[in-house]
Design a protein around this ligand. Structure first.
Ligand SMILES: *Cc1c(COP(=O)(O)O)cnc(C)c1O
Length: 490
């Protein structure tokens, strides 16, 4: 399988690359990103076969269908990372919450958010490739809270890869911060930045395009890669669980093979939703993909009106911070798939320059054949958390946005899979407030309150964080990031 570029080729970059090249150096012509040249199609016999296999068997066969240039032993090592999930035989369990609403829980990995589903195996793949090629890589990550812990965990002590992770001081939950600052390994550096997530992200982008910095890396023989979902190495693992969830519905006898379902996805950078789109393209029977947002609702406008408009907007902090995103990176891959490289380049350049684009009527029709969308305010989200809890289901504020979209976006009474992207432990003050009305400034108080109210235990991996030694103490102004990272690399 070859990979090509969303904005076409500039005549300097290679016209096509292999999977391993695409994941080692994900940047390409005109600021575009890599997509597979074509997609495997999975037929009913494939799905039928996997009704009775394990998650790993399914994953192995999907990766095989992509014909990626990774040897089988490396793939097996990567898939073995699912052994560290709560239930190794079912890393993403499906839970029935209402007659036709099922929740696919994607947060049962080591850092308690859905990033583990892809980053766990991805970390193993990337570092094996780097080692096999005898190359050194630096992963730079700016995190609002979930990517950081998951990236640090997966690359911890891995060979040939170093990670520098920037987070906004005061901008994450206590649990998220502790997950980062207690990670202790010589190849990891965690840097707190005075400022918000955008400051951290912008500082990182400036660094990436700084000639001085890139030259220094070259001198040290270090290449840059990326662990966010612009890297197709993450997306490929995010196709699998959509297919798995569908097969779970078949196993539960909730649907018959071939019945269509809705996928309802809490979306930020659109990686999760893109995985669902590709699963659908490969043959999964999906009626529509529902895109749930918070009040940072650029995606709702895009899908309802065909307009991507950043001219008036700035990020509004919400109780679902992993979705506080305005420039959603993976939309570009949808544009490519529906409208081709020329049009994608045109639209993305317009977005960069004018902070705006408008699709034609015909293009919007094509988009709406696949997607529908709605957004959910924090107050509404709180209400959905309360309602679900009264029915016996505890969920986080990101998942809650899907419950609104479930009510407003479905046109047919089909079974719906809602994707739950974080455990209650990661956003406990919001949840405690929804359940008891209390206002906590510390996660530990909120965690205890929820545990008591729901009569459950705080998971050990979360509880232990509060007693762990803090090893990553660096907190700096953004002007000093470059020097801090260069010092770490020495
Ligand atoms: C990353 C994240 C999301 C957004 O996922 P995308 O793939 O970026 O759309 C939603 N919820 C949580 C909890 C996350 O960590």
């Amino acid at each position: 399988m070859k990979f090509i570029e969303t904005r076409g080729n500039d005549g300097v970059s290679p016209e096509q690359v292999s999977f391993s090249e695409a994941i080692l150096s994900p940047m390409c012509s005109f600021g575009g990103i890599y997509i597979p040249e074509s997609f495997p199609s999975l037929d009913t016999s494939f799905f039928q076969k996997h009704v009775n296999t394990s998650y790993k068997d399914l994953a192995r066969d999907i990766l095989a269908a992509f014909e990626i240039d990774i040897d089988q032993a490396t793939i097996e090592n990567a898939l073995d990372l699912y052994n560290h999930f709560d239930d190794p035989s079912d890393p993403a369990p499906l839970v029935k919450v209402k007659d036709d609403l099922f929740v696919s829980e994607l947060y049962h990995g080591p850092t308690r958010a859905f990033k583990d589903m892809a980053l766990q195996p991805f970390g193993a793949l990337l570092s094996s490739l780097a080692e096999q090629r005898n190359e050194k890589y630096l992963i730079l990550a700016a995190t609002s809270g979930d990517t950081g812990p998951a990236a640090l965990h997966t690359f911890k002590n891995r060979k040939n890869v170093q990670v520098a992770c920037l987070y906004p001081v005061g901008g994450t939950s206590d649990v998220q911060r502790l997950q980062m600052v207690t990670e202790d390994a010589p190849n990891l550096k965690v840097i707190g930045i005075h400022g918000d997530f955008d400051d951290a992200q912008n500082a990182l982008k400036t660094l990436l395009s700084s000639d001085g910095f890139n030259q220094k890396l070259k001198d040290k023989n270090i290449s840059l890669s990326a662990a966010n979902s612009v890297n197709f190495g993450r997306i490929i693992f995010q196709i699998i669980y959509h297919i798995h969830s569908y097969l779970e519905l078949v196993r539960l006898d909730a649907i018959s093979m071939g019945d269509k379902v809705y996928l309802d996805v809490p979306s930020g950078n659109f990686g999760n939703a893109l995985g669902g789109y590709y699963a659908m393209k490969m043959g999964l029977p999906v009626e529509n993909i529902i895109i749930a947002s918070n009040i940072n609702n650029v995606l709702t406008h895009l899908i309802k009106e065909g307009r991507y408009d950043l001219r008036e907007s700035s990020v509004i902090p919400t109780t679902s911070p992993a979705m506080d995103i305005l420039k959603s990176s993976n939309v570009e891959r949808i544009l490519y798939d529906l409208f081709g490289a020329n049009r994608t380049k045109e639209l993305m350049q317009q977005l960069d320059q004018e902070k705006y684009y408008q699709l034609s009527r015909d293009e919007l029709d094509q988009l709406q054949r696949v997607f529908s969308a709605d957004f959910c305010s924090d107050d509404e989200g709180k209400k959905y958390i309360q309602q679900a809890f009264e029915k016996g289901y505890l969920m986080d504020p990101h998942t809650a946005t899907c419950f609104k979209a479930y009510e407003t976006c479905r046109e047919k009474p089909l079974k719906t899979i809602v994707y739950s992207t974080a455990e209650w432990t990661k956003f406990s003050p919001t949840i405690a407030n929804a359940l008891t009305g209390e206002v906590d400034t510390h996660d530990l108080d909120a965690l205890k309150a929820i545990a008591k109210e729901a009569n459950i235990e705080i998971p050990a991996v979360v509880k232990e964080l509060f007693d762990k030694k803090i090893t990553q103490n660096t907190v700096i102004d953004k002007e000093n990031i470059k020097q801090e990272i260069l010092t770490f690399l020495d």
